[in-house]
Design a protein around this ligand. Structure first.
Ligand SMILES: CC(C)(COP(=O)(O)OP(=O)(O)OC[C@H]1O[C@@H](n2cnc3c(N)ncnc32)[C@H](O)[C@@H]1OP(=O)(O)O)[C@@H](O)C(=O)NCCC(=O)NCCS
Length: 301
């Protein structure tokens, strides 16, 4: 079997639904987008390709006898708290084509791309069922993350937000590191939140948080609305927060949620911040989510 791995073209987008969610083919667009995300719709998928390339990332597809049977999406992750690295956002092989070396070929292309960009590491937060696959390819667990949720209970008149100034797409937090929402590189989340009109429930809400709970004086809070009443918080700071600083950040995020109509606020972050989230009265939903990393050598895999 000779699999060709090459950069994706917009015309490949027609195949992405076959790779990710073939059971949804033929359903209305709204339903495909709701249940499968960008990959369920050609137009949304073309937006995704442009977003990757605009951010210096790449999407590779695996082709066999003219049919696209797998894809990998890679990005620079320069705002990672672990230091700059390349990041696998998505890897997916069509169900009937698994176990034949396609996943390995796609990760090899991703690792070579990372090396060509000067990165020493390629990282991923794998789905539970693919941890063993990444181990086999030489990835190691180097950190863990947790997921948390805050149910917002409103009593009386919501407080006035004194800490924050509303900001917009052009206030890109490119000089900051990412502390929550680390399941996707920070700039990817930022631009997807502002410019994706396909899968978001509404445009994001973003603030520069002025009062200096953190070194550097300000941090940026992005509320990304995937569903009505439910938002995920992405936070960008000047430098890695301490336990105390993270607790302050989580409490301010609650204040922001109270005034912006959020009913459920979601956070994914490094596991070491779980105690600070508990102290700020967030419910921890999941711990021990592995973050895996592959050291890039001169010749890959
Ligand atoms: C995970 C996935 C990408 C692997 O792709 P694949 O084409 O089936 O993998 P390959 O055939 O290239 O396997 C490479 C090696 O990993 C091993 N491997 C693959 N899947 C494995 C698994 N789930 N557990 C253990 N080993 C696995 C293979 O045996 C092979 O080992 P070998 O080279 O010694 O024979 C594919 O199963 C998939 O798309 N799964 C669903 C989506 C998913 O979980 N994506 C990852 C999200 S981060």
């Amino acid at each position: 079997m000779r699999v060709l791995v090459r950069p994706a073209e917009e015309s490949d987008c027609a195949y992405f639904i076959d790779i990710h969610c073939p059971q949804l083919k033929g359903l209305p667009r709204r339903e495909r987008l709701a249940r499968c995300g960008w990959w369920g719709d050609e137009e949304a998928c073309a937006f995704l390709l442009r977003l990757y390339r605009g951010l210096g990332g790449e999407v590779f597809v695996a082709e066999l006898y003219g049919e696209v049977i797998g894809e990998v999406e890679v990005l620079p992750h320069d705002d990672c708290l672990l230091g700059p690295r390349a990041y696998v956002n998505v890897l997916w092989v069509k169900e009937g084509s698994r176990g034949k070396g396609v996943g390995r070929a796609l990760i090899t292309a991703a690792a070579e791309w990372a090396r060509s960009k000067g990165y020493g590491r390629l990282d991923v937060i794998p789905e539970e069922q693919s941890v063993a696959f990444y181990r086999k390819l030489g990835f190691k667990v180097v950190a863990t993350q947790c997921k948390a949720e805050k149910r917002i209970v409103r009593r009386g008149v919501p407080p006035t937000l004194k800490c924050c100034e509303e900001i917009h797409a052009h206030n890109t937090p490119s000089d900051k590191v990412l502390v929550t929402g680390t399941y996707r590189p920070g700039l990817f989340t930022w631009f997807a939140a502002w410019f994706d009109t396909h899968t978001r429930h509404r445009p994001p809400t973003a603030y520069e948080v002025k009062h200096p709970t953190l070194r550097g004086g300000t941090w940026v809070a992005l509320l990304d609305w995937f569903h009505k009443g439910r938002a995920s918080l992405t936070a960008y700071t000047q430098e890695e927060p301490t336990h105390h600083e993270f607790k302050g950040l989580a409490e301010t995020a609650t204040q922001i949620a109270l005034t912006t109509g959020v009913e459920d606020l979601f956070i994914q972050t490094w596991e070491k911040y779980a105690p600070a989230l508990r102290e700020a009265e967030y419910a921890i939903l999941k711990t021990n989510i592995p973050w895996m990393s592959l050291r890039i050598k001169s010749k890959m895999l």
